[in-house]
Design a protein. Sequence first.
Length: 83
Amino acid sequence: MSQSSTATPSAADDVARLSYEQAREELVAVVQRLEAGQVPLEEALGLWERGEALAARCQSWLDEARNRLAAVAHQQTDADAEH
Protein backbone atom coordinates (compact mmCIF):
# COMPACT_ATOMS: atom_id res chain seq x y z
CA MET A 1 0.00 0.00 0.00
CA SER A 2 1.33 3.38 -0.89
CA GLN A 3 1.23 6.39 1.35
CA SER A 4 0.15 8.59 -1.53
CA SER A 5 -3.34 7.06 -1.49
CA THR A 6 -3.88 8.32 2.05
CA ALA A 7 -2.22 11.69 1.47
CA THR A 8 -3.94 12.40 -1.83
CA PRO A 9 -7.50 13.75 -1.63
CA SER A 10 -10.15 11.75 -3.45
CA ALA A 11 -11.54 12.90 -6.77
CA ALA A 12 -14.58 14.44 -5.09
CA ASP A 13 -13.09 16.04 -1.96
CA ASP A 14 -13.09 19.64 -3.19
CA VAL A 15 -15.90 19.37 -5.75
CA ALA A 16 -18.57 20.35 -3.23
CA ARG A 17 -16.99 23.82 -2.95
CA LEU A 18 -17.11 24.54 -6.69
CA SER A 19 -19.64 26.83 -8.30
CA TYR A 20 -21.64 25.47 -11.21
CA GLU A 21 -19.49 27.36 -13.69
CA GLN A 22 -16.23 26.11 -12.14
CA ALA A 23 -17.44 22.51 -12.09
CA ARG A 24 -18.70 22.69 -15.67
CA GLU A 25 -15.50 24.26 -16.95
CA GLU A 26 -13.36 21.63 -15.26
CA LEU A 27 -15.65 18.86 -16.50
CA VAL A 28 -15.22 20.07 -20.09
CA ALA A 29 -11.44 20.03 -19.63
CA VAL A 30 -11.55 16.49 -18.19
CA VAL A 31 -13.66 15.25 -21.10
CA GLN A 32 -11.32 16.85 -23.62
CA ARG A 33 -8.30 15.18 -22.03
CA LEU A 34 -10.01 11.81 -21.98
CA GLU A 35 -11.20 12.15 -25.57
CA ALA A 36 -7.69 13.03 -26.72
CA GLY A 37 -6.65 9.54 -25.62
CA GLN A 38 -3.11 10.56 -24.67
CA VAL A 39 -3.50 9.90 -20.94
CA PRO A 40 -2.00 6.82 -19.25
CA LEU A 41 -4.61 4.37 -17.95
CA GLU A 42 -4.14 5.12 -14.25
CA GLU A 43 -4.44 8.86 -14.87
CA ALA A 44 -7.46 8.28 -17.13
CA LEU A 45 -9.21 6.39 -14.34
CA GLY A 46 -8.55 9.27 -11.95
CA LEU A 47 -9.85 11.73 -14.51
CA TRP A 48 -12.95 9.60 -15.04
CA GLU A 49 -13.65 9.60 -11.29
CA ARG A 50 -13.11 13.35 -11.12
CA GLY A 51 -15.42 13.81 -14.10
CA GLU A 52 -18.13 11.75 -12.43
CA ALA A 53 -17.87 13.90 -9.30
CA LEU A 54 -17.95 17.10 -11.36
CA ALA A 55 -20.97 15.92 -13.34
CA ALA A 56 -22.79 15.08 -10.11
CA ARG A 57 -21.96 18.54 -8.74
CA CYS A 58 -23.30 20.21 -11.89
CA GLN A 59 -26.47 18.11 -11.68
CA SER A 60 -26.87 19.07 -8.02
CA TRP A 61 -26.63 22.77 -8.91
CA LEU A 62 -29.17 22.34 -11.71
CA ASP A 63 -31.57 20.37 -9.50
CA GLU A 64 -31.36 23.05 -6.80
CA ALA A 65 -31.98 25.81 -9.34
CA ARG A 66 -34.98 23.90 -10.72
CA ASN A 67 -36.38 23.46 -7.20
CA ARG A 68 -35.91 27.14 -6.41
CA LEU A 69 -37.64 28.18 -9.63
CA ALA A 70 -40.52 25.80 -8.95
CA ALA A 71 -40.89 27.23 -5.44
CA VAL A 72 -40.99 30.78 -6.79
CA ALA A 73 -43.53 29.79 -9.45
CA HIS A 74 -45.66 28.08 -6.81
CA GLN A 75 -45.53 31.18 -4.58
CA GLN A 76 -46.49 33.35 -7.54
CA THR A 77 -49.42 31.05 -8.38
CA ASP A 78 -50.60 31.17 -4.75
CA ALA A 79 -50.29 34.98 -4.68
CA ASP A 80 -52.25 35.30 -7.94
CA ALA A 81 -54.97 33.00 -6.60
CA GLU A 82 -55.41 35.17 -3.50
CA HIS A 83 -56.03 38.32 -5.53
